[in-house]
Design a protein. Structure first.
Length: 218
């Protein structure tokens, strides 16, 4: 009996050792599995990071493009803010002191010409026409050919401001007549008529109001 007990003790020790080894093996396996899972998760995160970065870059580029488009629109805006002045006829009508001149232009059939072509107009005011003999003015308005010639004698073929006109000693009108120009630094006369208001701008030219109607010599 004692010999049997002696043999049983080593067997018991071996069994305990096997159990301990198995338990340790399970723990190590669990650790290995956890480590592998963590590595897999880290790898997945690393693979997702470039995609997130690319999305951020694309968003930034879109913002830059939107900003550039806004800048271009802002730069283009001033080009659309210029207000039209109106044609020579429009400006003269709005001024209110060229009613007789506009009636003469209408009678001569020159309204469309003054509204579209480029001119400098030496424009007699209503006060200037009031100084003309009424009978002579009535006869002139009744003669379209003569009226057209007189009106063309008040037109310069190109838009010229007062500073440009006074460079010259004379200017040539659309009628082919030459008008002397005199300036003393304060007053400007053209063809003997005094400029009472210079450089009235229009889209297709310039108006200089004068105090005398330029009529052909008798």
């Amino acid at each position: 009996m004692s010999r049997v007990r002696v043999l049983a003790l080593p067997l018991l020790a071996i069994s305990m050792s096997s159990l301990l080894f198995a338990a340790c093996g399970d723990d190590e396996g669990s650790d290995t599995t956890a480590t592998t899972a963590a590595a897999t998760a880290t790898t997945s995160g690393d693979e997702a990071a470039p995609e997130t970065t690319m999305a951020a870059v694309e968003t930034t580029m879109a913002v830059v493009e939107t900003t550039e488009a806004a800048v271009e629109t802002t730069e283009a805006a001033p080009e659309t803010t210029e207000a039209a002045l109106g044609s020579i006829v429009d400006v003269a009508t709005a001024a209110g002191n060229f009613t007789t001149l506009l009636a003469a232009v209408e009678a001569a059939g020159l309204t469309e010409t003054l509204a579209t072509s480029k001119f400098t107009v030496l424009a007699p005011t209503d006060e200037a026409f009031a100084k003309v003999d009424p009978a002579a003015l009535e006869a002139l308005l009744a003669d379209p050919a003569a009226l057209t010639a007189v009106l063309q004698g008040h037109l310069l073929p190109l838009p010229q401001d007062a500073a440009t006109i006074t460079i010259f000693n004379s200017v040539v009108t659309a009628a082919g007549t030459s008008l002397p120009v005199v300036s003393d630094g304060t007053t400007v006369t053209i063809g003997g008529a005094t400029v009472v208001q210079a450089d009235i701008a229009a889209d297709n030219g310039i108006i200089h109001a004068i105090d005398t109607v330029l009529l052909p010599a008798a």
